[in-house]
Design a binder for this molecule. Structure first.
Ligand code: ZN
Length: 149
Protein backbone atom coordinates (compact mmCIF):
# COMPACT_ATOMS: atom_id res chain seq x y z
CA UNK A 1 0.00 0.00 0.00
CA UNK A 2 1.13 3.58 -0.57
CA UNK A 3 2.35 5.71 2.34
CA UNK A 4 -0.42 8.25 1.84
CA UNK A 5 -3.57 8.51 -0.24
CA UNK A 6 -5.40 11.50 -1.67
CA UNK A 7 -9.01 11.76 -0.55
CA UNK A 8 -11.57 14.39 -1.46
CA UNK A 9 -13.64 15.73 1.42
CA UNK A 10 -17.34 15.06 0.76
CA UNK A 11 -18.33 18.18 2.67
CA UNK A 12 -16.05 20.93 1.33
CA UNK A 13 -14.37 19.34 -1.71
CA UNK A 14 -10.82 19.81 -0.38
CA UNK A 15 -8.28 17.17 -1.44
CA UNK A 16 -6.48 15.82 1.64
CA UNK A 17 -3.42 13.59 1.83
CA UNK A 18 -3.99 10.93 4.46
CA UNK A 19 -1.22 8.61 5.69
CA UNK A 20 -2.34 5.05 4.96
CA UNK A 21 -1.54 4.07 8.53
CA UNK A 22 -4.09 6.60 9.78
CA UNK A 23 -7.02 5.45 7.63
CA UNK A 24 -8.54 3.40 10.40
CA UNK A 25 -7.99 6.16 12.99
CA UNK A 26 -10.85 8.37 11.80
CA UNK A 27 -8.93 10.98 9.74
CA UNK A 28 -10.63 14.36 9.32
CA UNK A 29 -10.54 17.04 6.64
CA UNK A 30 -7.84 19.65 7.31
CA UNK A 31 -10.18 22.45 6.20
CA UNK A 32 -13.65 21.67 7.57
CA UNK A 33 -13.08 18.81 10.01
CA UNK A 34 -15.50 16.38 8.31
CA UNK A 35 -14.55 12.67 8.52
CA UNK A 36 -12.57 11.50 5.47
CA UNK A 37 -12.72 7.77 5.97
CA UNK A 38 -14.42 5.29 8.22
CA UNK A 39 -17.51 3.22 8.28
CA UNK A 40 -19.99 6.02 7.68
CA UNK A 41 -21.69 6.77 4.35
CA UNK A 42 -20.77 10.26 3.09
CA UNK A 43 -23.24 12.50 1.32
CA UNK A 44 -21.85 14.01 -1.90
CA UNK A 45 -22.90 17.00 -3.95
CA UNK A 46 -22.12 17.18 -7.67
CA UNK A 47 -18.80 18.99 -7.19
CA UNK A 48 -17.50 16.63 -4.50
CA UNK A 49 -18.75 13.67 -6.58
CA UNK A 50 -16.84 14.78 -9.66
CA UNK A 51 -13.66 15.53 -7.74
CA UNK A 52 -13.76 12.34 -5.68
CA UNK A 53 -14.56 10.01 -8.59
CA UNK A 54 -11.65 11.53 -10.57
CA UNK A 55 -9.06 11.98 -7.88
CA UNK A 56 -9.60 9.65 -4.93
CA UNK A 57 -6.80 7.16 -4.36
CA UNK A 58 -8.92 4.78 -2.31
CA UNK A 59 -11.71 2.78 -3.92
CA UNK A 60 -14.97 4.71 -3.67
CA UNK A 61 -18.44 3.20 -4.01
CA UNK A 62 -21.27 5.59 -4.75
CA UNK A 63 -24.97 4.93 -4.26
CA UNK A 64 -26.97 6.84 -6.89
CA UNK A 65 -30.40 7.29 -5.34
CA UNK A 66 -33.43 9.59 -5.13
CA UNK A 67 -36.03 10.25 -2.41
CA UNK A 68 -38.94 9.19 -4.69
CA UNK A 69 -37.38 5.77 -5.29
CA UNK A 70 -38.76 3.23 -2.79
CA UNK A 71 -36.16 0.52 -3.44
CA UNK A 72 -33.43 3.17 -2.97
CA UNK A 73 -34.78 4.05 0.47
CA UNK A 74 -35.03 0.35 1.35
CA UNK A 75 -31.43 -0.21 0.34
CA UNK A 76 -29.99 2.76 2.30
CA UNK A 77 -29.63 0.89 5.63
CA UNK A 78 -28.16 -2.13 3.76
CA UNK A 79 -25.58 0.13 2.13
CA UNK A 80 -24.70 1.56 5.56
CA UNK A 81 -24.32 -1.97 6.95
CA UNK A 82 -22.04 -2.92 4.05
CA UNK A 83 -19.89 0.15 4.80
CA UNK A 84 -19.45 -1.13 8.36
CA UNK A 85 -18.62 -4.63 7.13
CA UNK A 86 -16.05 -3.55 4.54
CA UNK A 87 -14.20 -1.06 6.78
CA UNK A 88 -12.00 1.96 6.07
CA UNK A 89 -10.15 0.63 2.99
CA UNK A 90 -13.07 1.64 0.77
CA UNK A 91 -15.08 4.85 1.03
CA UNK A 92 -18.87 4.64 0.81
CA UNK A 93 -20.85 7.63 -0.46
CA UNK A 94 -24.24 8.50 -1.83
CA UNK A 95 -25.59 11.19 -4.09
CA UNK A 96 -29.17 12.35 -4.53
CA UNK A 97 -29.73 12.22 -8.31
CA UNK A 98 -32.91 14.28 -8.02
CA UNK A 99 -30.85 17.20 -6.67
CA UNK A 100 -28.01 16.61 -9.14
CA UNK A 101 -29.55 15.24 -12.38
CA UNK A 102 -26.51 16.25 -14.44
CA UNK A 103 -24.49 13.62 -12.60
CA UNK A 104 -26.75 10.74 -13.68
CA UNK A 105 -26.98 12.14 -17.21
CA UNK A 106 -23.21 12.29 -17.43
CA UNK A 107 -22.96 8.64 -16.38
CA UNK A 108 -25.86 7.47 -18.58
CA UNK A 109 -27.73 6.14 -15.55
CA UNK A 110 -31.16 4.87 -16.58
CA UNK A 111 -32.36 3.14 -13.43
CA UNK A 112 -31.76 3.51 -9.72
CA UNK A 113 -30.71 2.34 -7.23
CA UNK A 114 -27.35 1.92 -8.88
CA UNK A 115 -23.96 1.45 -7.25
CA UNK A 116 -20.76 2.40 -9.07
CA UNK A 117 -17.36 1.45 -7.75
CA UNK A 118 -14.63 3.99 -8.65
CA UNK A 119 -10.87 3.84 -8.24
CA UNK A 120 -8.27 6.41 -9.34
CA UNK A 121 -10.57 8.17 -11.77
CA UNK A 122 -11.80 4.98 -13.39
CA UNK A 123 -15.18 3.28 -13.21
CA UNK A 124 -14.43 -0.26 -12.02
CA UNK A 125 -17.89 -1.86 -11.92
CA UNK A 126 -21.63 -1.26 -11.58
CA UNK A 127 -24.25 -3.07 -9.53
CA UNK A 128 -27.89 -2.24 -10.18
CA UNK A 129 -31.05 -2.86 -8.20
CA UNK A 130 -31.75 -2.95 -4.47
CA UNK A 131 -29.33 -5.36 -2.79
CA UNK A 132 -28.81 -6.69 0.72
CA UNK A 133 -25.69 -5.65 2.64
CA UNK A 134 -24.03 -9.04 2.02
CA UNK A 135 -24.33 -8.63 -1.78
CA UNK A 136 -22.93 -5.11 -1.64
CA UNK A 137 -19.97 -6.14 0.52
CA UNK A 138 -19.30 -9.15 -1.77
CA UNK A 139 -19.43 -6.89 -4.85
CA UNK A 140 -16.84 -4.54 -3.30
CA UNK A 141 -14.53 -7.37 -2.23
CA UNK A 142 -14.70 -8.99 -5.67
CA UNK A 143 -13.67 -5.77 -7.36
CA UNK A 144 -11.04 -4.49 -4.92
CA UNK A 145 -8.08 -6.91 -5.11
CA UNK A 146 -6.39 -5.63 -1.93
CA UNK A 147 -9.44 -6.65 0.14
CA UNK A 148 -9.51 -10.22 -1.15
CA UNK A 149 -8.64 -13.08 1.16
ZN1 ZN B 1 -13.64 19.35 4.23
Amino acid sequence: MQDAVKLVCAQCGQTNRVPSARLSAGPKCGVCGAPLAGAKVMELDARAHDKATRGDELPLIVDYWAPWCGPCRMMAPEFAKAAQAVGPGVRFAKINTEDFPAVSQGLAIRGIPLLILWHRGREVARLSGARPASDIAAFVRQNVPQLAG
